[in-house]
Design a protein. Structure first.
Length: 403
DNA sequence: AGTCCACAGGAAGGGCAGGCGA
DNA sequence: TCGCCTGCCCTTCCTGTGGACT
């Protein structure tokens, strides 16, 4: 390819590509004015939270459904309108949204409480205080004025899995000690069986009301995409079959609307980058593998070096055609890797935990099996394609110097 | 039937960094 | 400065286990 002068490259950005009209409509932080095929769910949330407008405490609500089914979008949608309505009518409602999965922000009991104190204007250190002091500060903060507080805890399942359900018990019990204000909790979870493992008292209080978000089917996804695409893309830059393909792929995955929108956006970006006239099905295929690769690469880059060393060892074993990779094999390779790259060599017990964490991240699959006379162990295999594992290995070698 | 492998994975606690109030 | 608190990462010690082998 002939090398373009920088000037030309930049000029193309200034002129704007000929693909997108308004790309931000396809990004995940775009808050739509309507959420198609979720009218029923929106009305349910609204009628559950509605009493807040009369100064009554709404029931706690538990919303669950797989990712990309509109749970977060709908709760945002309803809560922002509720807040507006309250402002118009002089009601005093405070809405707090917290994503419990945000690393280093709200992924432990302490951090969640610190974050809540922060929301209510109490300055607390990021570490150092006893947890009960934090609870006291939080109670003081919320009880300072008469109001209804609605606390939306998104991805609540990840926090409970990590730290247990005690904080939920404490938060639910708060109302007994509050004099002026009242607190309602909206828990949002991707894990459908999340409440099964909760303390029964917590379960019954959290699920005063429950709402299940079913996956979108291909037709619904197509409709959602069409509505967005109309405004996001320039006229004639989008082939009809592209939307069909994006919806079909996302429907296969479990009706994930976010996935569908990502596919469409990235396909558009790829088309734009190659100066194509419009987006076609090939761009969707390319987008699919690009999204997968980016997600995995991003995950791996943010892992601690020790985890990266373990993953490198697994990829190495798998590349060498090693069949049935076991914990012991990984440990052997890891010992060399850590030594060669100046890392402290951790114990096998710790490596066993790191392997489990990689499994949770979805980078590898593991399976505990008994090999009879030859012991009980975990069989590990990569959960990513050869092409991606190659890329990952190169990144680990070139950017993180594993060998 | 009993043994024994190669771990899994729970429990407890050490050590560190960051922070508090006295 | 000191004693105490937190989260986090890690080690040590331990018990449990499915099934091939004897």
């Amino acid at each position: 390819m002939e090398q373009k002068s920088l000037d030309n490259v930049f000029q193309e950005f200034i002129d704007g590509g000929n693909i997108f009209e308004d790309k931000k409509l396809l990004t995940s932080n775009y808050k739509p004015y309507e959420i198609p095929h979720r009218e029923k769910e929106i009305n349910s949330i609204a009628s559950i939270l509605g009493p807040a407008l009369n100064g009554e405490r709404p029931s706690n609500l538990f919303i669950y459904g797989k990712c990309g089914t509109g749970k977060t979008a709908c709760s945002h949608f309803v809560s922002s309108r509720l807040e507006n309505k309250a402002n118009e009518n002089g009601g005093n409602i405070k809405l707090v949204y917290i994503n419990c999965k945000m690393r280093k922000v709200a992924d432990t009991e302490y951090r969640l409480l610190a974050r809540l104190c922060d929301e209510f204007g109490k300055d607390v250190p990021s570490t150092g205080l006893p947890t009960d002091t934090l609870y006291e500060k939080f109670f003081d903060a919320i009880d300072s004025t008469e109001r209804i507080i609605i606390l939306i805890l998104d991805e609540i399942d990840t926090l409970v899995e990590k730290t247990g359900d005690e904080f939920l018990y404490n938060l639910i019990r708060v109302n007994e000690d509050l004099e002026k204000s009242q607190l309602s909790i909206v828990g949002v979870s991707n894990d459908l069986s999340f409440t099964d493992n909760l303390d029964p008292r917590v379960r019954s209080s959290l699920s005063e009301e429950e709402l299940l978000f079913k996956p979108y089917n291909a037709t619904q996804l197509q409709d959602i995409l069409e509505k967005r695409a109309k405004k996001a893309f320039n006229e004639n830059s989008l082939n009809d079959s592209v939307i069909k393909k994006c919806s079909a792929l996302a429907a296969q995955e479990h009706g994930d609307a976010r996935r569908a929108l990502d596919l469409l956006r990235v396909a558009g970006e790829l088309a734009e980058r190659e100066n194509a006239e419009g987006v076609n099905e090939r761009h969707v295929d390319l987008a699919e593998s690009k999204i997968d690769k980016d997600r995995i690469v991003e995950t791996i880059k943010t892992q601690p070096r020790q985890s990266q060393a373990v993953l490198w060892s697994i990829i190495k074993l798998s590349e060498d055609g090693h069949e049935e990779i076991q914990t012991g094999d990984i440990w052997d390779i890891y010992k060399n890797v850590s030594e060669n790259s100046g890392l402290k060599t951790l114990t096998q017990r710790r490596i066993s935990d790191l392997i489990s964490e990689l499994d949770l991240l979805g980078v590898i699959n593991t399976n505990v099996v008994s090999k009879g006379r030859y012991g009980r162990t975990r069989i590990v295999e990569l959960a990513i394609s050869n092409r991606i594992s190659n890329d990952v290995k190169n990144i680990l070698e070139n950017e993180y110097y594993f060998e």
